[in-house]
Design a binder for this molecule. Structure first.
Ligand SMILES: NC(=O)c1ccc[n+]([C@@H]2O[C@H](COP(=O)([O-])OP(=O)(O)OC[C@H]3O[C@@H](n4cnc5c(N)ncnc54)[C@H](OP(=O)(O)O)[C@@H]3O)[C@@H](O)[C@H]2O)c1
Length: 325
């Protein structure tokens, strides 16, 4: 099949971390500028608006990077919103895409979908073999729904149009740096930056620091997705993991970020706070076998992300931006 350079591509969630990386990647590779809409122009929870949009625009390719995303605290405070929003967005977009005959759609699942006690690295075949980590259960269940809808559509339609992917923890430009709702990496980066500026002697951190995580730069995720869209003869019996094949402990990550930021104070770990799953390393053998590999190392990616954060500090802190996430 291949994806033509003038194909009509819709990137949903283009202002977010992964969506913005997808747009950068497509433009860099000479594809026609993708179609994009902010949430205030097209609310993907609105079924009628989504149907009208698909019927009018007829995208050939869709990258569904819109959704409700957040860290442990957000998941615990807003479980109903995580379910409602993600289920509605996925249901609306997948149904409209199927009805209007998109050629291929990428849906972003999450490593939270894997069982808490999953053997490591986590292979795609291990999905649904146990219960996900309770602190992110609503998010995980909502993402499992979208993922298995894709597989069901492919099966019933005898086609490979819906490609669910599972990137591990993403980071990069346009990440959410609000410490109240951010994921661990961007929250640490923002907190150490603040601590450096105020000359704080120590920073208090949640958990023991012992869980291990795998971080993938959003540009690597985008690269993998464009690779999959263009791949001929793809089979999709399971979703496809996207990882770099290496993990770090949260403690190692914190020390690495403190180094990149230049914060020299103490890090105080509060092990009475929940840690989340002990380890989340993806088995990315499948995507490797399709000829893709990551190209951005963690230190290099952190340095570049911190540079972006410094340049966009005013914008990322604007209340509008925080409300819209
Ligand atoms: N971040 C990660 O570590 C990670 C890892 C694996 C998978 N994923 C998945 O990848 C996808 C993108 O994640 P991300 O981190 O890039 O998210 P993000 O930075 O929070 O961006 C999400 C985008 O979704 C849009 N959005 C949310 N609700 C919407 C609605 N009702 N209608 C239209 N647009 C809406 C927002 O648009 P506006 O800006 O216009 O409001 C926002 O730009 C999500 O599905 C997430 O579950 C993320």
């Amino acid at each position: 099949m291949g994806m033509k350079r003038d194909a009509v591509i819709y990137v949903a969630g283009h202002a977010g971390l992964i969506g913005s990386a997808l747009v950068r990647r497509l433009e860099r590779d000479g594809y026609r500028s993708p179609i994009t809409r902010r949430r205030n122009e097209l609310d993907l929870q609105d079924t009628r608006a989504v149907n009208e949009f698909f019927e009018e625009v007829h995208p050939e390719y869709v990258m569904l990077a819109a959704g409700r995303v957040g860290g442990i605290m957000e998941n615990q405070s807003f479980p109903a919103d995580f379910m409602d929003e993600n289920v509605a967005i996925q249901l609306n977009v997948l149904k409209a895409a199927r009805k209007t005959g998109v050629r291929r759609l990428i849906l972003f699942g999450s490593s939270c979908m894997y069982p808490r006690e999953c053997s490591q690295p986590m292979a795609e075949t291990a999905l649904l073999s146990g219960n996900p980590e309770p602190t992110s259960l609503p998010y995980a269940v909502s993402k499992l729904l979208g993922t298995y809808m894709c597989l069901a559509y492919n099966k019933q339609d005898h086609d490979v149009r819906f490609i669910p992917v599972i990137p591990n923890s993403a980071y990069g430009p346009h990440d959410n740096f609000d410490p109240k709702s951010a994921h661990v990496l961007s929250a640490l980066l923002a907190r150490f930056h603040e601590a450096k500026l105020t000359g704080a002697e120590s920073v208090g951190l949640w958990g023991s620091g012992s869980p291990r995580r795998e971080f993938v730069h959003a540009d690597d995720i985008a690269d993998a997705c464009v690779h999959l869209l263009a791949e001929e003869d793809l089979t999709v019996e399971f979703p496809i993991n996207i990882g770099i094949g290496q993990d770090v402990s949260i403690k190692e990550l914190a020390e690495l970020i403190a180094g990149v930021v230049g914060y020299r104070g103490e890090l105080n770990w509060d092990s009475t706070k929940p840690d989340g799953a002990p380890r989340k390393l993806l088995d990315s053998a499948r995507i490797r076998s399709l000829g893709w590999k990551p190209s951005i190392g963690l230190r290099e990616g952190l340095t570049e992300t911190y540079r972006w954060y410094g340049e966009h500090l005013k914008a990322v802190r604007a209340p509008m931006h925080v409300e819209q996430r």
